[in-house]
Design a protein around this ligand. Structure first.
Ligand code: PLP
Length: 432
């Protein structure tokens, strides 16, 4: 009898958390690590939000509450959806969850039977692929290519839709690419779905970066397109826009009361409820006018950093980086760097089993961390299936400009350190 159930082998992970072990090891060896790996704002949650949570705890609002979420917060979310997306929402179809991550698993558990197909963006948030395989679904990655600015066309999507398609995952603004779907892109997707999908097929629209947009770009939700509100599970939350990652507060708008009941039941089975004092603070995030300035100030800082980092990366021989329109990541192509440093050859020379476990971008990621003190994320951390031959890194710009400048200088040094890579490979024996 095995210790762990067989299904655990099908569960993926989020390497941004796992990389912590390598960072700790590098730091223990005396490397001063600049962390560009984590997907969270470097800003703290705003004082007007913090004060509400403290006041509520002191007032004794620290007990179990409605597993679907407290009604005042669900009403505030409904108003936010009306004001931002023109949707008329029954708060009875909103379910509050501990972060925007649980609704991914809830959707897969609620809607996908073994063998059902799930289309999801790749590169994309790794938890999509993780849950598809864990739930026994068939993963169908929709490859986002650099040539198309990490967007996709309605035709690309249509080519992947089959009789077995059950869920189509969209994410805009995107982690990791920073790509944003325009209103036209989204209308095109909606048209294909209306024409090709049965009414039971669900769109999972991950809108967690809805507040973080640059250059006057506006957020558009597929739920606002004709006939789509009836099919869309719209998910967002407080982690990114309100800098509340550690609070664990998110929500889902479900197309039917039946699906909202299923999400509530999953909450009951897994977490009972989200702490009520956190939900009250989350309500203040939507209702207190002070939030507008807090969010705008943070987004302006991200924009300044993006405007520095993208040209600075492009000035390094071997790196090619597009300008993201939203979120707080840049996603440079590092194929040239892998070539310059001899990583592509070193990868090809690895035994087949080792090649399975790594990629050239992963080898570059480890070299940058251990030898040059910059923590990044590799392409394979954003969906592995079909990612062979794609050489990218994700750098988070949710860190101060001084850190970003130091990090870019280190990347430029690393780019000229071919001998350093050869020595690293020989000394570390990371890939056998
Ligand atoms: N969806 C995307 C695209 C994300 O990038 C993240 C976090 O990195 C999440 C969902 C999860 O957000 P939360 O921390 O609110 O669970």
């Amino acid at each position: 009898m095995a210790l762990l159930a067989g299904r655990m082998a099908t569960l993926g992970t989020e390497n941004a958390f796992k990389l912590g072990e390598d960072i700790a090891r590098a730091a223990a060896r005396g490397v001063d690590v600049i962390r560009l790996n984590l997907g969270e704002p470097d800003f703290d949650s705003a004082p007007h939000i913090n004060r509400v949570a403290i006041r509520e705890i002191e007032a004794g609002n620290s007990h179990y509450c409605d597993p679907a979420g407290i009604l005042p917060l669900r009403r505030a979310i409904a108003r936010h959806l009306r004001d931002s997306r023109g949707l008329e929402v029954d708060p009875g179809r909103v379910v509050v969850t501990p972060g925007a991550k649980p609704p991914i698993g809830y959707t897969l558990l609620t809607h996908v039977d073994p063998g059902d197909e799930v289309i999801y963006p790749s590169p994309g948030f790794p938890i999509y692929e993780s849950w598809v395989t864990f739930a026994g679904g068939r993963p169908v990655p929709l490859q986002l290519t650099e040539e198309r600015g990490f967007a996709f066309t309605a035709d690309d999507l249509e080519a992947l839709i089959s009789e077995r398609t059950k869920v189509i995952i969209l994410c805009s603004p995107s982690n990791p690419t920073g790509g944003v779907l325009s209103r036209d892109d989204i209308e095109g997707v909606a048209e294909v779905i209306r024409r090709r999908c049965r009414p039971e097929v669900r769109i999972y629209s991950d809108e967690i970066y809805e507040h973080i947009l640059f250059d006057g770009v506006r957020h558009h939700s597929i739920a606002s397109c004709e006939g789509m509100a009836e099919r869309t599970i719209l998910v967002s939350g407080h982690s990114k826009g309100f800098a509340m990652t550690g609070w664990r507060l998110g929500w889902a708008l479900l197309p039917t009361a039946e699906e909202a009941a299923a999400f509530k039941q999953l909450n009951i089975n897994l977490v009972s409820c989200v702490p009520p004092f956190i939900q009250e603070a989350g309500r203040a995030a939507y209702e207190d006018p002070a939030s507008r300035d807090a969010v705008a100030g943070m987004v302006a800082a991200f924009a300044r950093r993006r405007d520095y980092v993208v040209p600075a990366l492009n000035a390094i021989d071997g790196i090619r980086c597009q300008m993201p329109k939203g979120a707080f990541y840049v996603f440079p192509n590092v194929a040239g760097l892998c070539e310059r440093l001899g990583i592509l050859e070193a990868y090809e020379a690895l035994p087949a089993a080792a090649r399975q476990r790594t990629s050239p971008a992963t080898m570059l990621q480890m070299f940058l961390l251990y030898r040059h003190g910059v923590a990044t994320m590799d392409r394979n951390s954003f969906g592995r299936i079909g990612a062979e031959g794609q050489h990218f890194l994700r750098l988070s710009i949710a860190t101060g400009l001084d850190n970003l400048k130091r990090a870019v200088a280190r990347l430029a040094e690393a780019a000229a350190d071919r001998d350093g890579f050869a020595a690293f490979l020989a000394e570390e024996n990371l890939w056998g």
